[in-house]
Write a new protein. Structure first.
Length: 287
């Protein structure tokens, strides 16, 4: 099935223009044309528009959105292989606060498209909202496996560290306690898990790149770098370090990461950590 989304949106634009001018016949003609192209896509795209356009009191908006969501649900069920339908349904259900529904919709979509990052992200967020922190940790790990460098994944990983006691996700980076096992969280001086999800963002994803940049900028061969620059060496702190060494590496870093170095997310999540990491790396390689 070819993707007619653009054509259908153009036809829907035409319909809306015609309706605004009171030309019901042209409006209907545009809809008929879209219907002939791809009926399912027409349903999804027009539901998307309707969902964004609802007006009225908060109660009315909620009621109308629930109706539109229900409509999308029956179209998605009738065309279960159209994964974009499960994505749309999950997004709408999350907006109306039906997170159990999000779990069902994402499960249906993931069954057909197991590597779909959008579905996995929506599922993870829904599990967090439902306070199912162990399944949420598992789902977030899938997200990291699929696309550990995706900004949305990095943001979730940063926002929800792992509790080292029960391995569930914590409700926030400064949580006073784990909502699952009740042990103190990072906000109360508690530890966060040093493996799996949380460190996936820091080491498993970034570390190999950082190591490569550091090795190249210091003229080390890759094999030596892989042996010398390890998590273990990072812990050894008392080595000589010149300003020149630091400047060289930081220049190489900004070349490698480009404008991502300035992105707010990258900055808040990683730059503070990178300074420390780079300093440690250089100290370690001075061994
Ligand atoms: Zn816990």
């Amino acid at each position: 099935m070819p993707d007619y989304t653009n054509e259908i949106n153009e036809l829907l634009d035409r319909r809306d223009e015609a309706l605004a001018q009171g030309d019901a016949m042209s409006a209907q003609a545009a809809v008929n044309k879209a219907h002939a192209l791809d009926r399912v896509s027409l349903e999804f795209e027009s539901a998307k528009r309707d969902f964004g356009r609802v007006k009225g009191t908060p109660d009315e908006i909620f009621r109308q959105r629930c109706q539109i969501t229900q409509r999308v649900g029956s179209v998605a069920t009738g065309a279960p292989d159209r994964v974009e339908g499960w994505r749309l349904l999950a997004a709408m259900l999350a907006t109306v606060g039906n997170f159990d529904g999000v779990l069902r919709a994402t499960a249906s979509g993931i069954k057909r498209s197991p590597q779909d990052l959008d579905l996995w992200l929506r599922r993870t967020r829904a599990l967090i909202r439902l306070k199912q922190m162990s399944p949420a940790a598992k789902a977030l790990r899938y997200c990291v496996d699929i696309a550990g460098k995706d900004n949305r994944v990095i943001a979730l990983v940063t926002e929800h560290p792992v509790c080292p006691h029960c391995l569930g996700l914590l409700p926030g980076p400064h949580a006073a306690a784990c909502i699952q096992c009740g042990k103190p969280g990072p906000g109360a001086g508690g530890a966060v898990a040093s493996i799996n999800v949380r460190n996936q963002s820091k080491f498993d994803v970034l570390f190999p790149t950082v190591r490569k940049v550091v090795a190249t900028s210091m003229g080390m061969d890759e094999h030596r770098a892989n042996n010398l620059i390890t998590l273990k060496t990072l812990l050894k702190r008392d080595f000589g370090l010149t300003t020149m060494d630091c400047a060289n590496v930081l220049n190489a870093m900004s070349r490698e990461f480009g404008d991502r170095f300035d992105a707010p997310l990258f900055k808040s999540a990683l730059v503070g950590f990178l300074d420390l990491l780079v300093a440690d790396l250089i100290r370690a390689t001075k061994l």
